[in-house]
Design a protein around this ligand. Structure first.
Ligand code: NIG
Ligand code: FE
Length: 411
């Protein structure tokens, strides 16, 4: 602990004067200092500036050798806790089955739920902690994690307790989202509303009693939860003080965005299929639009029309959607590449979408998401590149040399 000073930083990116969300033209604006230093005191950022203005200090010096430093990524949409990979379904898709066909044959989310139900809380925790450590090394400095592979009262509680234990490890900030409405268990195949009743009348009160969730989510989609069912869940969540962050418009547009707007959701996520009306509806709100390009890439579905969202001043965010079915990666440098290549997002826009805007979408913008005095000293160091442009350019390569978490090098 104590004092550390990163010196000879070629470019220090992501400095902010305020924690305001970046929208429209501002999304491409990122404040940086060339030839900079950055000071940490204990777990916080304590100062920064030009090397020319360096003052005496007895801090431990770390030479970045002209490389770049930028704030750690914030991943605001993950399903990090799961029992097993689903690589066999991946091969089924190569052979021609669709994601939806695999799900209706008993694969997909129900496959993940069956495996998770039979795994112990301790095993789930160990696996998830291992994954979290790997993500931190890839630059993730704060994360949201959803339940949703339990689908029974006991198994949803088990998942949320695992997330709570990850939070209590105090590695990086963790936000927890209850996603009981991820799929309908087989037993409810003929009575979907009864499962919605179970979520509202049994799961939510139990989760509230243990204070296990920060947000509520539902997979609002054809074949999953209808707009009406999702709205019931969102309203029930609000009674327990849980704002909603919702899976919407992944495969179809069905009025979910209007519903989310009516109920003051904090974010709408996925958005691969957006009508003119959806964009108009969202444009007049400050609801975050979260795009998940790794899911589009892996499932070969359309990419979110990000440029249109940005032009209409919708607060734009990127996240990984890390999960075993539709996005088996949490590598946000790769997400940045996909956003730049397939959504025509500039590297600076992608960085803002993955840092300050993502932090605001998780309501932790006072803690993380930029270089500012007293924010957490969670930063990424890339010694061998000269600009942020090289991060998305170097797709599928690791450009990160070191990450600092709470002011310490994370090994
Ligand atoms: O965000 N779309 C719904 N949920 C996840 C995928 C879940 C799964 O296939 O396991 C998603 O893509
Ligand atoms: Fe998801």
């Amino acid at each position: 602990m104590g004092q550390k000073r990163l010196i000879n930083i070629g470019v220090l990116y992501g400095i902010t004067d305020s924690n305001t969300v970046k929208i429209g033209h501002d999304l491409s604006k990122i404040k940086s200092i060339k030839n900079a230093f950055l000071d940490f005191k204990d777990d916080r950022i304590a100062g920064f500036g030009s090397m020319e203005d360096l003052t005496e200090s007895n801090a431990e010096e770390i030479d970045v050798e002209g490389g770049i430093v930028y704030p750690s990524y914030v991943d605001c949409h993950t399903h990090l806790v799961f029992a097993a990979n689903r690589e066999d379904e991946f091969v089924d898709r190569i052979k021609g089955l669709s994601y939806q066909e695999i799900a209706s044959n008993g694969g997909g989310i129900l496959n993940s739920a069956a495996k998770l139900q039979s795994m112990s809380e301790d095993e789930l925790f160990e696996d998830a902690l291992h994954r979290l450590n790997k993500l931190i090394r890839l630059g993730t400095g704060a994360i949201e994690i959803k339940s949703g592979y339990g689908l029974t009262l006991e198994a949803e509680l088990k998942m949320l307790r695992v997330i709570k234990r990850l939070k209590d490890e105090n590695l990086i900030p963790v936000k927890s989202t209850f996603l009981g409405a991820h799929a309908f268990p087989k037993e409810y195949a003929n009575d979907h509303d009864a499962y919605v009743d179970l979520i509202i009348n049994e799961m939510l009160p139990a989760i509230h009693a243990e204070n296990l969730a920060d947000y509520i989510d539902a997979f609002c989609e054809e074949g999953y939860f209808t707009v009406t069912q999702t709205e019931r869940i969102v309203k029930a969540g609000l009674k327990y003080g849980l704002k909603s962050r919702l899976h919407v418009n992944q495969f179809t547009s069905s009025g979910a965005i209007e519903m989310a707007t009516r109920n003051k959701a904090i974010s709408v996520e996925h958005l691969e299929v957006m009508t003119e009306n959806d964009i108009n509806t969202l444009a007049n709100t400050n609801i975050f639009g979260v795009a998940l390009p790794a899911c589009s890439f892996f499932l070969k579905i359309p990419y979110t029309p990000a440029r249109q969202l940005i032009e209409r001043n919708i607060p734009f965010v990127l996240a990984s959607d890390y999960n075993p079915g539709s996005s088996p990666t949490g590598n946000l440098s790769f997400v940045m590449s996909l956003a730049c290549i397939y959504m025509n997002i500039l590297p600076e826009e992608a960085l803002n979408a993955l840092t300050i805007n993502a932090a605001a979408a998780l309501e932790i913008e006072n803690e993380v998401g930029s270089i500012a005095i007293n924010k957490k000293a969670n930063v990424i160091v890339s010694k061998n590149i000269k600009s942020i442009n090289a991060v998305p350019y170097s797709f599928a390569q690791n450009t990160i040399d070191d990450v600092y978490v709470n002011g310490k090098k994370f090994l």
